[in-house]
Design a binder for this molecule. Sequence first.
Ligand SMILES: [Zn+2]
Ligand SMILES: [Zn+2]
Length: 362
Amino acid sequence: MPYPEEFEGIAVTQDKPWHQPSHVSYPAKARHPRDIDIEIEACGVCGSDLHTVAGHWRELPPALVVGHEIVGRVVHVGSDADSGFKVGDRVGVSAQVLSCLECERCAEGNEPYCDGFVSAYNRAYPDGYVSQGGYASHVRVHEHFVVPIPESLPSELAAPLLCGGLTVYAPLIRNGCGPGVRVGVVGLGGLGHMAVLIAKALGAYVVAFSRGSSKRKDALELGADEYVATAEEPAWDDKYVSKLDIVLVCASSLQGVNLDQYVRTLRIGGKIISVCIPDKSEKLEMSAFALRGVTVGNSQLGSPQELRDLLELAAAKGFRPWVETLPVGVEGVSQALTRMDKGDVRYRFTLTEFDKEFGTGK
Ligand SMILES: [Zn+2]
Ligand SMILES: [Zn+2]
């Protein structure tokens, strides 16, 4: 059965290793009157996709389509939807597709912290349907979690902002990033490179930290004011004592990251915020003695309103994530996940050519 009863996607299945995905079809989620149907035209490849298919976080269903940086066109608007979306609009979906929309957290724009959080894939909706992500022909999502994509943002460049960009934007905004604020970005991968772009767009002074020197040129080109190769200068922190207001930890793994050194770089009252979600066995380790007058925090994703604000900021200031595109399909998905596993990406993949793989776009 074709759309609207069934969607097609590139799934990781239990009978094959994660780097050998399959083209599958699966029943669509039952329509809620406020759901929007989207025909997908681009989807970013997020580190969470890899952690999920590799089983680092939780059990997998027999077949799972990942992907939660979804851009596409509206093809159906639910009868009770009142956000103003129309068929043909270009829209985006992030890593969250539902929350209760009634609790205090939802009411104050903290949807990602709602107990009713349903992620874009591998989570059960209240009716038991397990969500499927964006390496697919279509997605059906409650309108509250659909955002407009500004005209000037190409789909393949907008996609990485939808989860990765939002994940670093929300903690920057919530912790006072702006002109005159000095921000350290730890780790220059998919998240870190967007953190540099966004912190600069917000007017901050940015110091990028990475282990080696290989990313120095890129960091400066992204707009970082300074670059520190921490592995090449073991006592680097002596030069940065009390220099920063916010340190955003964007590393994909905390192994080998000495957080005590970063605490030294903070002014009194400064904040060290982790958005790192590594293998669940990893711990955030810091010396209690080293924590002198600073705050340690964490941030998860961001709200739909913050996502709208971020996309507007990107449109207004002109910054764009650095993206390599790959055609969606068994080959492209395998390549994206395998290369991401090796860290072989500058700095983000976006899957494209959905019309060719799924016969959509008509
Ligand atoms: Zn809620
Ligand atoms: Zn993500």
